[in-house]
Structure formats: C-alpha cells, structure tokens
Design a protein around this ligand. Structure first.
Ligand SMILES: NC(=O)c1ccc[n+]([C@@H]2O[C@H](COP(=O)([O-])OP(=O)(O)OC[C@H]3O[C@@H](n4cnc5c(N)ncnc54)[C@H](O)[C@@H]3O)[C@@H](O)[C@H]2O)c1
Length: 325
C-alpha cells in the first residue's frame, strides 16, 4: 500500500516536496495546502487536490505531512498534524522558539507519531562520503571544520535571520561530523539598515577534544558558495556542497576522493522519511538533535547581541551523540 502523504506550504521548498513525492511510487500524494491561491498552480501541475486551509489536508487522514511554511508557523501546524495522528516532516529549523520546538517533539511522543526535521544537508552525498572519510581516519585527527555559506538575501525569508535560516544547516552538520554536541558558542553578526534580523554572522563552536567549528554566513554576497574546509593532522579536505565533491590534499597533491555518487539531497531525505514511516525506523535527524541545533543557533544570536560566549556544560563529552546513522 502506498503511503498517504500531504504537503502544507507549497512555496520555494514545498513545491520540491510535491514534485519528489509525486515521483515516488511508494507514495500517494493526497493533497497540497497553501494560503496563497497561486500555489494551486503547483498542485495542478502535479495533479493533486489543492486546499487553502491546511486542516482540509489533515481531514484526508494522510499518514505523513511535509510542513514547508515559514518557520514561525511550524509549531501551530505540526501540533495540529501530530494531534491528528499524522507523522510530520517539518522543514528546518524545527521552529524559531525553543519552547515551541520542545512542544513539537513532546506532541510527537504523546501521539506516537514521528517527528522528522528537514536538515537536508545531512543527505547531501558529499556529507555522507565525508562522514565515511572521517570515520576511516583518512584525514588524521580533525581539529577544525570551517563552513562558508554565502549568497544573496531573498526577501521571502521574513521571519528569521541568517543564523536560524542558514546557520542551522552548519551547526547541525559540524556537530554531526564531529559526532557530538558543541560545548560553547561565540558569534559576531550584523544587519543592514531596515532589516530586523542579522544578514551576516560568524559563529565559532567549541567542542570537547580540542575540536572547533567555524561558520561564515552572509546574505550580502553576490556569489553563492557552500563549502567546507576540514583540517586534519594528515590530510586536508575541501568539500563543495553544491558540486557534491570532496577533494583531499595529502601534503603533496590534491586528489578527488572518488567517493561521491551525486544525487538530489531532498530526494534522499524524503526517501529516508518515507522508509522510516513505512518500516517504523527512527528518524535520521531526531527531534532532540534539532532542538539542540536550535538552542545553539539562538545562543549564537544572543552571543552577537551581548558580545560574549555562551557555554553548554551539559553537552560536554560524548554522552550526546549526534545522528542515528
Ligand atoms: N531544507 C532547506 O534547505 C530549506 C531551504 C529553503 C527553505 N527551507 C525552510 O522551508 C520553510 C519554508 O521556506 P520557503 O523558502 O519555502 O518559504 P516560502 O515563503 O517560499 O514558502 C512558504 C509557503 O507557505 C505558505 N503558507 C504560509 N502560511 C501558511 C499556512 N498557514 N498554511 C499553508 N500554507 C502557508 C506561503 O503562502 C508560502 O507559499 C522554512 O521553514 C525554511 O526555513 C528549508
């Protein structure tokens, strides 16, 4: 039996969910909801019923819904879906508020429904390969991972700054690659006149075992870059998340890792979510991981405002592993 799925929010991200679910034979896409009538075109293109009110999609009793509405609305819609007995895939970040994020995860536990959070970069084939490279110890001991994520601001992002919108990708990725939670965060940030949230930020994450994460974020760059620089004691790795490539410098020359088999990260993410629902598997990105990521992002915002570092002694050590896989 195909899995009955709905999509709530069919803007920039939601329309990709619609497209991919529609291509999956193991999915029956039952409905798409968006308050904006023009999103009906997306539903029409993929021959799916369209509703302006998301509750109409929930009335169809889908087993899973993707929630791809602005971040500040994730909480309301995720709670409604979970209380309806529907598993949810919430786009990242899980919420813009920690209490809301916790309520979403709690509602999942109470309703025995799964909460997936769309940290899609975990499914980037370059990240999957990098994780393997790190686990094999090819780079030696890795002391620092530096991520560069810059490009132009898009005004459709009205309810968060760059730390919540983009930085959460990197907080999640770096923690996942080191395999555990950061113990402190320090950030500097700035915003352009007329903007409510930061457009530029540099975040430093300090992990136990002498590991550091650096994240450079900007919406002021005319050029889009998504790169990671991984410094190991033996080799240096350069990852391009757009090209989906890893090249490694061994001290004398650069070589392609030859490991990456390219694919669309969202396709891999949705396949993993559908499989987890159908076979009752734990989510690859747990609700707890996404609460942690949000907490670090919110503390990074507080850090640039107050000009000081924040520590998470409760996260120290490896008792908080990140990622099930
Ligand atoms: N995983 C990623 O890489 C990635 C990339 C982009 C966006 N996102 C996340 O996806 C979410 C949506 O971002 P976006 O860029 O697609 O924004 P968007 O503005 O393009 O789309 C949001 C859509 O939600 C609709 N909407 C608003 N309120 C609604 C409601 N009550 N019911 C139904 N629909 C409603 C809007 O009309 C709009 O079409 C955000 O949380 C964002 O952080 C994730």
């Amino acid at each position: 039996m195909p899995l009955r799925v709905g999509v709530i929010g069919a803007g920039f991200m939601g329309r990709h969910h619609v497209r991919i679910y529609r291509e999956m034979p193991e999915v029956e896409l039952v409905g798409v909801a968006d308050v904006d009538e023009s999103a009906a075109e997306v539903a029409a293109e993929y021959h799916v019923s369209f509703f302006k009110d998301y509750r109409k999609v929930l009335e169809l009793q889908p087993e899973l819904v993707s929630i791809a509405v602005p971040t500040s609305l994730h909480h309301e819609i995720a709670l409604a879906a979970l209380r309806n007995g529907t598993h949810v895939l919430v786009e990242k970040p899980i919420s813009n508020r920690l209490d809301h994020a916790r309520e979403i995860v709690q509602a999942g536990a109470e309703s025995c429904c799964k909460v997936f959070v769309g940290h899609v970069e975990r499914f980037n084939p370059a990240i999957r390969s990098l994780k393997e490279v790190l686990q094999k110890g090819t780079l030696g001991q890795v002391h620092s991972i530096a991520n560069l994520r810059v490009g132009r601001y898009n005004k459709r992002i009205f309810d968060t700054g760059i730390i919540l919108d983009l930085g959460t990708h990197d907080i999640d990725l770096i923690s996942y690659l080191f395999g555990h939670r950061a113990a402190s965060v320090f950030a500097v940030g700035s915003l352009q006149p007329g903007r409510d949230y930061e457009d530029h930020a540099t975040i430093t994450l300090k992990f136990d075992q002498d590991q550091t994460g650096y994240i450079e974020l900007s919406w002021l760059s005319p050029y889009k870059v998504r790169k990671m620089f991984v410094t190991g004691t033996r080799h240096f790795g350069l990852v391009d998340l757009i090209e989906q490539s890893i090249i490694v410098y061994d001290g004398q020359r650069w070589a392609d890792s030859g490991l990456v088999s390219r694919d669309e990260p969202l396709k891999l993410e949705l396949a993993s979510v559908v499989e987890a629902v159908q076979h009752d598997l734990p989510p690859s990105v747990s609700g707890e991981d996404s609460i942690y990521t949000l907490q670090v992002a919110l503390e990074a915002m507080r850090s640039y405002r107050e000009g000081k570092a924040f520590h998470f002694p409760e996260f120290a050590g490896s008792s908080y592993p990140i990622g099930n896989k």
